[in-house]
Design a protein around this ligand. Structure first.
Ligand code: HEC
Ligand code: HEC
Ligand code: HEC
Ligand code: HEC
Ligand code: HEC
Ligand code: HEC
Ligand code: HEC
Length: 260
């Protein structure tokens, strides 16, 4: 995987719009239907998405069912704004016939997205998070801006959602002799992919992560049953996955209890 840090004009433009971002956040909380004052190329004006189709036929023709196209269509000026909400006003770009540097290309920078998704900047600054701030991983590795569901493989297609993660995390792919059925529910049952305060971006740092699905029962005789076994002396040793008990939490080739 390559890291391509870029300190271009684009990044400098980003700095100038921080204030706009703050203003926008206020709009978002009040209305939820909105468009951003985008990052811009100086002196350019909005022309509307219809203008892009002539030269970017492929992107434009599949854009109609994109999450953001649907959202922006609801705003007052939404219909005209959709492409330019992320790419900034395009008049100069079009006049020039598409010369480089005449329009915003977010490329690997998350700043375009932060304009509206302000809370995400904080999530990706948490101690355990995907390295998005330095461009090593991008929002568009997991999200599709131009067509269909913005959450790749989202909705009910869980296998496809996991596929997004497995393209980089091949070690968790399996197939395992003893599969942990939990992964069928999606990697995000246990991981918060933006970031958390917990190691490995886990949603919880203790056994409550596992007790989402595995029932725990306290018997009259003082036993603590999980999966039909008394866990009284186990749970004090550490988490379910670090205490030497279920370390192969994604699946195991040798042990049906996912021990290793
Ligand atoms: C007259 C033709 C034309 C029109 C109309 C046009 N573009 Fe382009 N655009 C180009 C060309 C040519 C390029 C450069 C070739 C390439 O990289 O595909 C380009 C590149 C881009 C890039 C990448 C820029 C970069 O620096 O990497 C973006 C983003 C873009 N266009 C967005 C838009 C949007 C949004 C619209 C409509 C508001 C639009 N374009 C309308 C011709 C056009
Ligand atoms: C939600 C934000 C968003 C919207 C809306 C959006 N784009 Fe993009 N676009 C991006 C991002 C991010 C990139 C850079 C990453 C990538 O290539 O996927 C990009 C890249 C591009 C590129 C350069 C592609 C390349 O191969 O270098 C073009 C051209 C483009 N967009 C055109 C459009 C057009 C036309 C529309 C409207 C039909 C549109 N975009 C709507 C976010 C957006
Ligand atoms: C102009 C504002 C704006 C920009 C720029 C923008 N978004 Fe959004 N996006 C929204 C709004 C509004 C929603 C609706 C979600 C909500 O209610 O918070 C949304 C929803 C989403 C969703 C959730 C979709 C779902 O199915 O729940 C994802 C993922 C997303 N955006 C990713 C991105 C990414 C990645 C970028 C940058 C390439 C981006 N957005 C840029 C306004 C924006
Ligand atoms: C490593 C993959 C990954 C990266 C990188 C990523 N996301 Fe997400 N994002 C997801 C997944 C998966 C979901 C769905 C979470 C769920 O279903 O619980 C999601 C959900 C969202 C949502 C809707 C739910 C919410 O949390 O508000 C938004 C908006 C969003 N992402 C924006 C972004 C932005 C902006 C970036 C870049 C700054 C980004 N994401 C980077 C994987 C990622
Ligand atoms: C574009 C590649 C890419 C995609 C897609 C991706 N990741 Fe990652 N992931 C990374 C990188 C790079 C790291 C940081 C690795 C490091 O710091 O050693 C990471 C780290 C992690 C970690 C923490 C690892 C550790 O040792 O602390 C977890 C957990 C994780 N990713 C889960 C996911 C999940 C869940 C998804 C899907 C929603 C996903 N990843 C999608 C590249 C990716
Ligand atoms: C049942 C909960 C659960 C599910 C579902 C899950 N994980 Fe994990 N994952 C964990 C736990 C717990 C750890 C920490 C293991 C450790 O510290 O030894 C972890 C660690 C990781 C790591 C860090 C590497 C490592 O082995 O320490 C990556 C990467 C990862 N998971 C990716 C994924 C991906 C990709 C998926 C979906 C295919 C997924 N996880 C599904 C619980 C889960
Ligand atoms: C999304 C739901 C879900 C989550 C969260 C989950 N599991 Fe599971 N787990 C299952 C299902 C379903 C099975 C297979 C049916 C069964 O044995 O209960 C299973 C089976 C197991 C087994 C094998 C039981 C056996 O002997 O056959 C172990 C061990 C296990 N899980 C441990 C864990 C641990 C440790 C965690 C927390 C890191 C966890 N599970 C989180 C759903 C989940």
């Amino acid at each position: 995987m390559s890291t391509r840090p870029r300190l271009t004009k684009r990044v400098l433009i980003n700095g100038a719009v921080v204030l706009w971002g703050v203003l926008l956040a206020a709009c978002l909380t009040v209305e939820r239907a909105m468009f951003a004052p985008p990052m811009q190329v100086a002196g350019a004006e909005f022309v509307g998405s219809g203008e892009c189709a002539e030269c970017h036929a492929e992107i434009s023709s599949s854009f109609h069912d994109a999450t953001h196209a649907k959202l922006f269509a609801e705003g007052t000026h939404g219909k005209e704004m959709s492409c330019e909400a992320c790419h900034g006003p395009a008049s100069k770009h079009i006049e020039s016939g598409g010369v480089a540097g005449t329009i915003v290309n977010p490329d690997r920078s998350p700043e375009t997205c932060f304009q509206c998704h302000l809370d995400k900047r904080a999530e990706f600054s948490l101690p355990h998070s995907h390295p998005v701030m330095n461009g090593q991983v991008t929002c568009t590795d997991c999200h599709e801006p131009h067509k269909g569901d913005a959450i790749m493989g989202g909705g009910t297609h869980l296998a496809a959602a996991n596929e997004t993660c497995l393209q980089c995390h091949n070690a968790q792919r399996g197939p395992y002799v003893f599969e942990h059925e939990a992964s069928r529910e999606g990697c995000v049952t246990c991981h918060q992919p933006h970031g958390t305060i917990n190691e490995k971006m886990l949603k919880s740092r203790n056994q409550s992560l596992c007790l989402q699905c595995h029932y725990q029962e306290q018997t009259a005789s003082g036993q603590l049953l999980i999966g039909g076994r008394d866990h009284r002396s186990f749970v004090s040793r550490g988490t379910c996955w670090t205490a030497g008990c279920h370390e192969a939490v994604h699946g195991s080739h040798v042990n049906s209890s996912l021990r290793f």
